[in-house]
Design a protein around this ligand. Structure first.
Ligand code: NAD
Length: 511
């Protein structure tokens, strides 16, 4: 591991530049916590603008050779990376659990979904095929090629420290770009392990780099003239600002933001299935997923029996350290975040909601880590703060809607539009919902509709700034630019070779 031990207990997580760990010269660093114990377990370097400039320069130099590498070679290193990540799933998962807090089982799921994106990148020769039109005019062919952009950057959130970077760098690099990752400062170690695996897979030094840090590093990436594109995943205010600054500086930007995902349940739904789905999707990873269900919209008579079924399931969730087998929900990422999430439960009744289950009473809250049990808020209205804000924790709200039309209106009026789900046995209603709803990813009896890697992931409205979704076919478009070539090669006997052409000031025509 490229993590330097500086004492008996505390280690420093460095940058990774040019194929090696590199210490920062900024003199600034942050604490990396173990959320299950509440103790600091490492320091992470915070890059200065000069550290970022160094990484960009190295990546720029590496681009010259890498963009010229054979497609089969790029596919080969992605196949090797796939094998290495596959062989080290457990190690990666435990690293995630130690710094993020999610259970090892959940972390293994994260690794599996990241791996899918490497598998997609293995098909790069096929993905970069262009179009070719023979005889667009007599003796003239037209074809389109896709070329990489140069140095591209990825800025990623704390909640998926392995998967979200894997949404970005395998495809960006397979497309021929060189890459700079700025991971979340809250759980940075896995980024260095992935860098080591990239090196073992045969990726040349300088093609994949990591700069650790905060806003200073991000700001420099956004203004650096040699960074050609930025993929960002994080909260909406930061996503909006990254999009505005990056595009103002002439960069291609895709900035994925926060979410408030609704699950609409109709009276004809399979109640047990809907309750299982709501509980799994609301409380998995302690609700720290951008595709978590945070609002159940219960239509008509389904509300009371659905809430009873959800409460019954919630009472059985085991909260505790993610490393301990049998625990289903770990702690939150930091003490401050845990306290912020708990404040929504504390304030819910003064807003007029009913606290049906209070997660602050969970026995796990007695532990020294950043634990909070699962909460259920009933009779929530769209005007309340607990509805309007992205809470990003184990709090599920229930909005009771009299009719399907009102439920749809509530969902479509929400400023976010990431994921949404409908639970019903009526295929016609589900199809109409899919047609009407303003969200980028829709689940029909599926609560977390994260697209498989050969589709693309992205929300609508305040959940995404930019034109293209992330990974999959949109990812190939994002990380390449097209060039169209119009070429004249005529056989000598037709007497139409370029050397025999005549002066003609008219605009070129093809007939
Ligand atoms: P965040 O916005 O605080 O941080 C994301 C990244 O931006 C980190 O690398 C961080 O260091 C950097 N950053 C933070 N503040 C910054 C600033 N002012 N200027 C420049 N850079 C800054 O998000 P987070 O708390 O790490 O992650 C949780 C958020 O991410 C939630 O809102 C969640 O919904 C969202 N998220 C969205 C998706 C999606 O696909 N839409 C996926 C995962 C997470």
């Amino acid at each position: 591991m490229a993590i330097v031990d500086v004492g008996a207990r505390i280690r420093t997580v460095n940058h990774w530049i040019g194929g090696n760990p590199v210490a920062s010269n900024s003199g600034r660093s942050g604490d990396v916590w173990n959320p299950a114990t509440g103790e600091a377990q490492a320091k992470v370097d915070f890059a200065s603008a000069a550290d970022v400039d160094h990484a960009v320069e190295i990546a720029k130099q590496a681009f010259v050779e890498w963009r010229a590498s054979a497609l089969s070679r790029r596919a080969e290193v992605m196949f090797k990376l796939r094998e290495l990540v596959d062989a080290n799933r457990r190690r990666i998962a435990e690293m995630l659990t130690s710094e993020h807090g999610k259970t090892v089982l959940d972390a293994l799921g994260e690794v599996a979904r990241g791996l899918e994106n490497i598998e997609f990148a293995c098909g790069i020769p096929n993905l970069l095929k262009g179009g070719f039109s023979e005889q667009a005019s007599r003796g003239i062919d037209v074809y389109q090629i896709r070329q990489p952009l140069g140095v591209v950057a990825g800025i990623t959130p704390f909640n998926f420290p392995a998967m979200v970077p894997m949404w970005m760098f395998p495809l960006a690099i397979a497309c021929g770009n060189t890459f700079i990752l700025k991971p979340s400062e809250k759980d940075p170690s896995v980024s260095l392990y992935l860098a080591e695996l990239m090196k073992q897979a045969g990726v040349p030094d300088g093609v994949f780099n990591v700069v650790q840090g905060d806003k200073v590093a991000v700001d420099r990436l956004l203004e650096h003239p040699d960074v050609k594109a930025v993929s960002f995943v994080g909260s909406t205010p930061v996503a909006r600002s990254i999009y505005e600054t990056g595009t103002r500086n002439g960069k291609r930007v895709q900035a994925l933001g926060g979410a408030k995902n609704h699950m609409l349940v109709l009276p004809d739904a399979d109640l047990g299935m809907a309750a299982d789905a709501a509980v799994s999707a609301a409380f998995g990873s302690a609700g720290e997923r951008c595709m978590s269900i945070s609002v159940v919209v219960a239509v008509g008579s389904v509300a009371d029996p659905l809430i009873a079924a959800i409460r019954e399931r919630m009472s059985r969730i085991k909260v505790g350290p993610g490393m301990e087998e049998g625990n289903e929900m770990g702690p939150l990422i930091t003490r401050e975040h845990r306290d912020r999430v708990a404040s929504y439960v504390a304030n819910a009744s003064s807003e007029g909601a009913t606290v049906a289950v209070d997660g602050r009473q969970d026995a796990a809250c007695q532990r020294s880590g950043f634990f909070l049990g699962t909460s259920l808020l009933d009779h929530v209205e769209p005007s309340m703060r607990c509805y309007r804000d992205e809470i990003f924790g184990p709090v599920l709200s229930v909005v009771r809607a009299g009719t399907y039309d009102r439920a749809l209106r509530i969902i479509n009026e929400n400023p976010y539009g990431n994921g949404v789900a409908i639970f019903t046995r009526d295929g016609g209603t589900a199809r109409q919902f899919q047609f009407d709803v303003d969200a980028g990813m829709v689940g029909v009896n599926v609560p977390i509709p994260v697209p498989v890697s050969y589709y693309s992931f992205g929300g609508w409205k305040a959940s995404l700034f930019g034109d293209l979704h992330i990974y999959g076919p949109d990812g190939v478009q994002f990380y390449t630019r097209t060039k169209v070539v119009t070429a004249r090669w005529a056989a000598p006997e037709t007497n139409k070779a370029p050397g025999t052409s005549a002066v003609d000031l008219g605009f070129p025509q093809s007939r």
